[in-house]
Design a protein around this ligand. Structure first.
Ligand code: FMN
Ligand code: SF4
Ligand code: SF4
Ligand code: FES
Length: 628
C-alpha cells in the first residue's frame, strides 16, 4: 500500500478513466527497449538459490560502474515454469534465456551480455536431442508448445508491485465489468465463454454464478479455493505467487456478477509466499480503490479476506471448506442444498478454484468470444499442468485443451529420461487415474479423460516409466486418501483401507484371482455410498490401473513377480559376475553389509541381509546389479 502511494502519489482511483490514465502513465514511464534483467524468484528457483544470483547480479552491475540503462534494473518474478532448469535469468528485451545460473555467473552476464550484447554460451539451453544451443525463450520446445493465458503475466511482472501488474493490463476486465456491464451481462459473458471450473469437476462457471445470482438482493459470498492438496500439484500456488492480482480481479468480477460484497481466499498455510503476495496485492488494490467502497465510482463495494487452512485434503471439498471458514470442523455435508443456495454462513455462495478466477479476469479483459475460440467444443480455454515425475522438463505448463497427451509429455516435457515412451501418466491427483502409452494420442480435455477412466482434476500430471509399479502407485494413492479421509461416512472410512490392504497383499504375492472380483464390488460400494468425492473417486487409482495394467496385477498375484522391480517382497537383487568389475562401489553403498567380495573380483549379495533398498544398483556404473 505504502509502496504504491509513495511511488505514484496516486490517490484512490474514482473512475475507469482515472485507472486508464494511471495505466498509461505507468506504461509510458518504462522504455520497452531498455535492458532488463529478470530473475525467477518462484519457490523452485528460490530453493535453488536465485536470491543469491539476484544479489550477485546487483553487485556485478554496481562494480561495473557504467551508465547501464537498466530500467527498472533487476526485476524478480514468479515461476517461469521451467523449474528443473532453475535458477533462471532472462535478459530483456532480447529474451535471452539463461538457465541453472549461479552467483558466480553474474560477472560474466554483466560483462558479456549487458555491456557487450553477447551471450554467455555455457548458460544457454541445449536441445537434448539435437544438441543445438538455443538463446531465447521462444526457441525452447518447453515454451514453444505452450499457450499462456492464465500464466501470461507470470514471469513477466513483479508480483509484489501493483504498478507492474497494471502495466500488464491488470484490473482492465474488472473495470469493464463494473463500469460498462450489468451483473447479468457478466454472468452471461462467463457462461458464453464456456469456462468450466479448473478445481476438478469441470462444472460450468457461468451456470454456477447464475444459480447464486438469482437469489436477488441478499447477503452472498464468493470464495477462492486455494487449498491445493494433490500430491505433485503446484499450479494454484504458482498463480498466487506469480500473479496474485489475476485472482483478486477475478473475484471482484465474480462478486459483482452474483451480488456479493465479500470474498474469502481459503489458502493452505503451507503456502507462505502465496499468502504474502496475496496480502500485498490486496493491500495495494485497496490503496488504489480497486477494493473497498464504491470501486471506480461504480457504486459496488467489495473486499476480500484471506483464510488460512491447516492443510487437510478434505477441506478442499466445497462444503468442508465453507465449514472450515466458519470456524467449524472441516467435514463435508450432504448436498443439496448446494452452496449457490445455502453456502457460507448459510448464504448463497460461489466457490471457484484459483485458476478459474484467473481465467475470469482474462475473459472479461479480452471478451468471451476470444475465450470460446480456444480449446475444444466442450472444454474451452487452456489448462495449467504441473508436469512431474519421470520427465525431462519438470515444470509448470499451460496448453490449449484438446492437446494430445503425447505432445505434453514427449514434446513440451522433453520425454522420459532413457526411454522413447512413458509407461503411464497419472492425471487428476488422488481422484484421477493412470493412462497408458497406448493413450498417448488421447486429447486432454475434461470429457476424454473421464471416458478413459481418469480425470482432469486440478492439473497434477505425474509421468511414470517402466520402473514404476502400477500396483504400488495405486497403493500409494489409496494410502494418501485413507489418511486424508475425514471418516464421516463408513464406505470411505472402512472401504478405502480395505482396498489398500488388498493391494498390500498383492504386493506381497499373497493375493488371489478372486481378490480382483472383490475389488470391483468394493470399489462400486465405496463410489456409490460415499458422501463426498474423496470417497467417490478413491477407487479410480485401482480401477484405472486394473483396466490398463491387468497383466501387472496378474504377475503379482499369480506369478508372485513384480515386473517393474519395485515390490520388495517379490524381488531379489543379484550381481552378474560377468559384468561386475569388483570396483567395490556397491560394497561401500550397501547400508546392510550385504555385499561381499574382494576388490577387482566379482561381488555377491547375501539375500538374507538385503533389505532391497536399491542403493547398490544406483552406485554400480557397470549395470552389473540386477533385480529379478
Ligand atoms: C476431497 C476434495 C478435495 C478438493 N480439493 C480441491 C482443491 O484443493 N482446490 C480446488 O479448487 N478444488 C478442490 N476440490 C473441488 C472443490 O470441491 C470444488 O469443486 C471446486 O473448488 C469448485 O471450483 P471450480 O468450479 O472453479 O472448479 C476438491 C474436492 C474434493 C472432493
Ligand atoms: S467420503 Fe470420505 S472424506 Fe468424504 S465425507 Fe465421507 S468419510 Fe469424509
Ligand atoms: S539392495 Fe540395498 S541392502 Fe540389498 S545389497 Fe543392495 S545396497 Fe545392500
Ligand atoms: S520457480 Fe523458477 S522456473 Fe519455476
Amino acid at each position: 500500500m505504502q509502496a504504491t502511494a509513495k511511488k505514484t502519489g496516486q490517490a484512490k482511483l474514482g473512475s475507469l478513466e482515472e485507472l486508464e490514465q494511471l495505466r498509461g502513465e505507468l506504461t509510458a514511464a518504462v522504455d520497452p527497449d531498455q535492458t532488463l534483467i529478470v530473475v525467477c524468484h518462484g519457490t523452485g528457483c528460490v530453493a535453488n538459490g536465485s536470491p543469491g544470483v539476484t544479489e550477485a547480479l546487483k553487485k556485478a552491475l554496481a562494480d561495473a560502474g557504467e551508465d547501464i540503462k537498466v530500467v527498472p534494473g533487476i526485476k524478480t518474478t514468479g515461476c517461469h515454469g521451467f523449474c528443473s532448469r532453475g535458477p533462471l535469468v532472462i535478459i530483456k528485451p532480447a529474451g535471452i534465456f539463461y538457465q541453472q545460473v549461479k552467483p558466480a555467473d553474474a560477472e560474466d552476464i554483466v560483462a558479456q551480455t549487458i555491456q557487450k550484447g553477447e551471450t554467455v554460451e555455457r548458460l544457454l539451453y541445449k536441445h537434448p536431442q539435437t544438441g543445438d544451443t538455443l538463446s531465447t525463450t521462444e526457441e525452447i520446445p518447453f515454451y514453444a508448445g505452450q499457450q499462456r493465458v492464465v500464466l501470461q503475466n507470470i514471469g513477466q511482472i513483479d508480483p509484489t508491485d501493483i504498478e507492474d501488474a497494471l502495466r500488464a493490463g491488470a484490473y482492465a476486465g474488472a473495470a469493464k465489468a463494473l463500469t460498462a456491464m450489468q451483473p447479468s451481462e457478466v454472468v452471461e459473458a462467463v457462461t458464453k465463454s464456456g469456462l468450466r471450473g479448473r478445481g476438478g469437476a469441470g462444472f460450468p462457471t457461468g451456470v454456477k454464478w447464475g444459480l447464486a445470482a438469482k437469489h436477488g438482493d441478499v447477503e452472498k459470498y464468493v470464495l477462492c479455493n486455494a487449498d491445493e492438496g494433490d500430491p505433485g500439484a503446484f499450479m494454484d500456488r504458482s498463480v498466487m505467487e506469480g500473479d496474485p492480482h489475476a485472482v483478486v480481479e477475478g473475484m471482484i468480477i465474480g462478486g459483482y456478477a452474483i451480488g456479493a460484497n465479500e470474498g474469502y481466499v481459503y489458502v493452505r498455510a503451507e503456502y507462505p509466499l502465496a499468502i504474502k503476495h496475496l496480502e500485498m496485492a490486496l493491500a495495494d488494490a485497496r490503496a488504489l480503490g480497486l477494493l473497498g467502497e464504491n470501486i471506480l465510482g461504480s457504486g459496488f463495494n467489495f473486499d476480500i479476506r484471506i483464510n488460512r487452512g491447516a492443510g487437510a485434503f478434505v477441506c478442499g471439498e466445497e462444503t468442508a471448506l465453507m465449514r472450515s471458514v466458519e470456524g467449524k470442523v472441516g467435514e463435508p455435508v450432504p448436498r443439496p442444498p448446494y452452496p449457490s443456495d445455502k453456502g457460507l454462513f448459510g448464504k448463497p455462495s460461489v466457490l471457484n478454484n484459483v485458476e478459474t478466477w484467473a481465467n475470469v479476469s482474462r475473459i472479461l479483459e479480452r471478451g468471451w468470444e476470444w475465450f470460446a475460440g480456444l480449446g475444444t467444443e466442450k472444454s474451452k480455454g487452456t489448462k495449467v499442468f504441473a508436469l512431474v515425475g519421470k520427465v525431462n522438463n519438470v515444470g509448470l505448463v499451460e496448453v490449449p485443451m484438446g492437446i494430445k497427451l503425447r505432445n505434453i509429455v514427449m514434446d513440451i516435457g522433453g520425454g522420459v529420461p532413457g526411454s522413447d515412451h512413458f509407461k503411464a501418466v497419472q492425471t487428476g491427483g488422488p481422484s484421477g487415474g493412470c493412462l497408458p502409452w497406448e493413450d498417448a494420442d488421447l486429447p486432454v480435455d475434461f470429457d476424454s479423460l473421464i471416458a478413459a477412466g481418469s480425470m482432469m482434476g486440478s492439473g497434477g500430471m505425474i509421468v511414470m516409466d517402466d520402473r514404476d509399479c502400477m500396483v504400488d502407485v495405486a497403493k500409494y494413492f489409496l494410502g494418501f486418501l485413507e489418511e486424508e479421509s475425514c471418516g464421516k461416512c463408513f464406505p470411505c472410512r472402512l472401504g478405502v483401507p480395505r482396498l489398500r490392504e488388498t493391494l498390500v497383499r498383492f504386493s506381497k504375492g499373497e493375493g488371489t484371482a478372486e481378490d480382483i472380483d472383490d475389488l470391483y464390488s468394493l470399489a462400486e460400494a465405496i463410489k456409490m455410498g460415499s458422501l463426498c468425492a474423496l470417497g467417490g473417486t478413491a477407487p479410480n487409482a485401482v480401477l484405472s490401473t486394473l483396466r490398463y495394467f491387468r497383466d501387472e496385477y496378474e504377475a503379482h498375484i499369480l506369478e508372485h513377480r513384480c515386473p517393474a522391480g519395485v515390490c520388495k517382497d517379490l524381488i531379489t537383487y543379484s550381481i552378474d559376475p560377468e559384468a561386475c568389475t569388483g570396483c567395490h562401489a556397491c560394497f561401500r553403498a550397501c547400508p546392510q553389509n550385504a555385499v561381499s567380495g574382494e576388490k577387482k573380483k566379482p561381488h555377491t549379495i547375501d539375500e538374507s541381509l538385503c533389505i532391497r533398498c536399491g542403493m547398490c544398483m544406483e552406485s554400480c556404473k557397470f549395470g552389473a546389479i540386477q533385480v529379478v
